[in-house]
Design a binder for this molecule. Sequence first.
Ligand code: FAD
Length: 453
Amino acid sequence: MNLLRPGQDGYAEEAAGFQTAVPSSPAVVVAAESAEDVAAAVRYAAEHGLRVAVQATGHGLTAGTDGLLISTRRMTGVDVDAAARTARVEAGARWEAVIEAAGKHGLAPLSGSSPDVGVVGYTLSGGFGLMARRYGRAADHVRALDVVTADGELRRVEPGSDLFWALRGGRDGFGVVTAIEFDLMPVGELYGGSLTFDSADVPAVLRAWRTWSAAAPDTLTTSLAMVQYPDLPMVPAPVRGRHIAQVRIAYLGEDGDDLVAPLRATASSLLDTLRPMPFTESGSIAAEPRQPHGYHGTNATVSQLNDAMLDAIGEHAGPGAAAPPVLIIDRLGGALARTPETPGVGWDRSAEYVVRALSVVGDDGVATVRRKHTKLFDALAPWTTGRLLPFVYGEHAPEEVAESVFPAADLRRLRELKRRYDPGTASGPGDAHPGRGNGAEIVAIYSAGRSDR
Ligand SMILES: Cc1cc2nc3c(=O)[nH]c(=O)nc-3n(C[C@H](O)[C@H](O)[C@H](O)COP(=O)(O)OP(=O)(O)OC[C@H]3O[C@@H](n4cnc5c(N)ncnc54)[C@H](O)[C@@H]3O)c2cc1C
C-alpha cells in the first residue's frame, strides 16, 4: 500500500484533482493500485480513526477531506465483453477509455458530455449522458459492483441487495467501489454537434429550442448552453467577446438534418458543427474544458419552461447580465421519465428540464458565486421540483445538498443503511473514534451531524 503524507514526494500530485476550489489537505493519501490496496487503506483508516474519502479525477468534489484520501487514478483497467454488450472497469477509469474500447465493437457506454470524467463517480451520481432520453441514467444499467465497505471487506454487490440500490444514485458513503460492470449500447455512430448563435438571437433561440425540444423524440438528447466568452486572443474568433447560445445535440437517427431544420431557420448561426460522427468523437459535442480550475455549480429540475422562467434566465444569465454564469438547460423526459426495472436512489422522473449554473470561483470566493446563483434559482423556485447530484459542484453544505437531491423517503433509507453498514457514523460530530475497531467512517453527504464536511 503506497501511503503518502503531506510534504512527501507525490503527495500533492496525488491529492490534486480537476476541481481546485475545494480545499483538500488529507492527513494521508493512499495511491491505490488494486482492490486489496483499497481494502488495506480502509482498514488502516479504521485503526487510526481517519475518515475515508475517495477520488478518481476530482471532477465531482463537493467537500474536501482532512482524513484519508483513497486515490484510484491508477486503477484504470477496462474490459469489454462484446458478445454480452457489457464492460467491467476499475475505479479510476475515465469515460474516454471505455468509449475507445467499446467503439472497436460498434458499442457505446452511457457516458456524458466530457470523456475526462470518471466512470464510477459519474455512474454512482446517477449519470446523465448523451443518450439519456433514449436509454435512461447510467445508474439504471449497472449489472454489478465490487465495493470495499467500512469494515474493510471486499463485497460483490448485485441487483436485489440494498447496497446495490443505495450505490446507484446515492453515490458516496457506503464504501469504495473498486470495479463496476454495466451495459453497453449498440451505438457506433450518432448525429451530433452544436449550433452557436450570437447574443442578439439568444431570446429567440431560447424560445425556439423550448418548442423544438418539447416535441423531441426519445432518440434525441439535447441541451442549450449560454456562455459569455471573454474577449481574449485564445478564444476562437467566431465567439470571442460574445454572449452566445449554443444548442447541443446527440441524435440516434438517420434524418438529423431534417430534425434540426427548424433550429437552423431560427437565426443564422456563428458556428454549425452538426454532422454524423463516430461515438468515439462524442466529446467534441460540448467540447468542455480539460484544464483543472475552481468552479461552483448548482442546478434545479423544473416541471416546465414557461416565458416567466425564460425571462428570469435571460435576466440573471443572458446577454447583459452582470457576471453571468455558464447556464445550461437540458431536456429531460424520454427514458429518464420511466422507472427502471431495478430502481436505484431516485431523482424526479416527472421533471421536464434541468437548469444548471456554473461559475468560475474568482478572488472574491465561493460566497459571491453562490449569492449570484441563488438569485437565479430563487426566480425559478415556483416550478422547481428537485436537484440532480451530478451537477452540484464545490458545495460546502453537504446536509443541504442531501436534502435537495434525494427524495425524502430515499434519504431516510440511505441514512438507515448508512447506520447499518457504517455504524461509526451515527455518533456526533467531532468524535474521531481513534482505533474504535468497528470500521472506518466513509464520508457521505447525508450522514446526520456531518455538516462540517
Ligand atoms: C467537465 C464536467 C462534465 C460533466 N458532465 C457530466 C454529464 O454529462 N453528466 C453527468 O451526469 N455528470 C457530469 N459531470 C458530473 C460528474 O458526473 C460528477 O461530478 C461525478 O461525481 C464525477 O466523478 P469523478 O470520479 O470524475 O470525480 P471525483 O471527484 O473523483 O469523484 C466524485 C465523487 O464520486 C465519489 N466516488 C468517486 N470514485 C468512487 C469510488 N471508487 N467509490 C465510491 N465513491 C466514489 C466520491 O464521493 C467522490 O467525491 C460532469 C462534471 C464535469 C467536471
